[in-house]
Design a protein around this ligand. Sequence first.
Ligand SMILES: Nc1ncnc2c1ncn2[C@@H]1O[C@H](COP(=O)(O)OP(=O)(O)OP(=O)(O)O)[C@@H](O)[C@H]1O
Length: 585
Amino acid sequence: MIGNLISVGQRLSGRNDPRLAYGIACSAAEGLFAAALYPLIYLLLREVEAGAVTTHSAGLYALAMFACVMLRIAAGRIAMPMLFSAAYALMGEARLRVANHLRRLPMGWFARQRGGDLSARLTSDLELVEHLWSHFLGVFVTGLTMPICLMAFLFWIDVRMALAALAGLPPALLALWWTQRVVGQPGERLIAASASVQSELLEYVQGIAVIRSFGRFGDAWQRLLRKLDEQHAALVAVESKPTPWLVSYGFLLEAGYVGLVFAGVWWLSAGTLSALVLVSFMVLVLPVYRQLFDVGQAMLMLRFSRRAMSRIEELLTEPVLPEPASALPPQGHDIVVDAVHFAYEGAAEVALRSVSCTFPARGLTAIVGPSGAGKTTLVHLIARLWDVQAGAIRIGGVDVRDIGSHLLHRHVAMVFQDVVLFSGSVRDNLRIGCPDASDDQIVAAARRACAHDFIEALPQGYDTVLDEGGASLSGGERQRLSIARALLRDAPILLLDEATASVDPSGEAEIQRALAELARGRTVIAIAHRLHSVRHAEQILVLDGGRLVERGRHEELVQQAGVYARLWERQMQARRWTLAASGAH
Ligand SMILES: Nc1ncnc2c1ncn2[C@@H]1O[C@H](COP(=O)(O)OP(=O)(O)OP(=O)(O)O)[C@@H](O)[C@H]1O
C-alpha cells in the first residue's frame, strides 16, 4: 500500500524525491525505537526476578532505555520535516505538471468540463493527496512498524501466548476489508458532490448579474441548497456507513485479549508459563491493539483519497494535441486553408464543411457571415486551438500541426471576443505576450490601441492593479488592453475575433486606424459583425452554414446581391434607423 502511494506520487509529480525514502526510513526507525523500550523493560524485570541484576547491568539497561527514547524522538524529528518538504515539493510539481498538461489540451476538452469540477481537482483533490503525503505517510509507517516489532518480540518470548493474543486478527482484518469496501461508494459520492457544489457556487457567483436581472434568486438559491444538501448527505454517509464495521474491527482485534488472559492463567496454573511472561503479555498487547486500530483508521483515509489521486491522474492522461517530433518553422506568413472539415464533438451540425481559402501575407482579410456561420471556428483552427478533422491549414507552406505549439504561438497572436485579464498590474497584463518589453514599448503599444489615455487616468496609471478579470474596467477598455497586448507581441499573424465589438463608435474609428496600420506589415484576419469596419479590407470571406459562400472586395460583394449584400443592406438600414431616431430627439 505504501509502495502504491509512493508510485502514484511519482507518477503525479513525474519524479522521485530521495527525501521521501529517508523520511519513510526515519519513520520506521521511530516505530522501532518506540517498540524497543518494552523488551528492555522485560529483560530487566527478568534479571530482577532471577536475582541476577547488578548495579552495572541496571545502569546499562537505563542507558539503553534512555537511548531508545532519544533515538525515537530524533527519528521523529528528522522524519517529519523530510516528509513535509518532499510532499510539498512533489505536489507542487504535480500542480505544475497538471497546469502544463492543461495548456496542451484541445479546447474541446475544456468545453466538456464543469468549471467547478476542474477547480476541485486542482484544489481540494490535490490538497487531499498533499495532506496524505505530508501527514499520513509518516504516522502510518511508524504506526505499523511499532506493533510489528512488538509482536515479533512477543513471539520470541512465547509463541503460544502471541498466537492467543492475535486470535482475533483474522476476523478483524475481514471486518477492516469490509470497512474499506463500505467507505468506497460514499467516498466517491462525496468527491462528486463536493465538485458539484463548487461548480454550482462558481456558476452562482459568475451568473449573479443575470440571476439578479431576471429576478431568479429563488431558483438559483434552491439549486444551490439542493447541492449543499447532497454534499451534507454524502458527508454523513462517509462518516456513518463505515463506523459500525470499524468498531467491529477494533472489537474483534481486542477479542483476543480475553482468550489471552484465559489461556495465560491456564498455562500458569499448569506451570508452563511464568507470571512475568503473563503480565508482560497482558501489558504489551494493549499498545499493539491500539496501534493496529489506528493503522486501520488510516487505511480508510487512504482508500478515500485513492479516488482523488485517480481523478488527478485522469487529468494527466487526457490526450494532448500531438506535437511534431521536430518543429518546422513556417516559410512565410500567408495562410492556406485547404478543404477543411470540422465538427464539434457531440454537435448535431458540422461547423465547417470543405472550406478552402487563402489569406495573403501582409494583408487584411475579413471574415463575415451570419451568427453561427463558423467564423470563430475557422480562426480557432488557424490558431490550432483544435485540430481539423479533414483537410489542412498551412502557414507559410507548413501544416500548423508540424509547426509545433511553441513556434506557432510566436507567429500567431489573437485578440478574443471575451477578453481575459489576470489579476496584476496593467503593465503586467500588457507584458504577458512579451515579458521583455520596455516601458516605452508598452506605452507605444497602448497609444496605438487607444488605451494610453484611460490607463493614465487610472489611480496608479500603468501600475494600477486590476481586480481579477479586470472587472473594474469597461468592456471597451478591456478590449483595448487586449489589442495593446497583441500589438506588443508583434507577431507576424494577428487574429482578431470581433476585436472592436465592445468599443464605442468613436473609439472604434481610432482602433480601425490602428488596425489598418498594423495590417500593412502583418497578416491580419479579422472577424467582423459591423461590416462597415472592414469594408476597406483587401479580401472579405463570407461564411454561411459552415461553407465559404462568397469572397472578394466590398464593392464586388455588394454587387453580387448574395449573402454579403443582404447583410450589408440590413446593417445600412439599421444605421439609417439609428440616425433617424437620434435625429428625432
Ligand atoms: N464549443 C462548441 N461545441 C459545440 N458546438 C459549437 C461550439 N462552438 C461553436 N459551436 C457551434 O458551431 C457552429 C459555428 O460556431 P462559430 O462560433 O464558429 O460561429 P460564428 O460564425 O463565429 O458565430 P457568432 O458570429 O455568433 O460568434 C455553431 O453552430 C455553434 O453553435
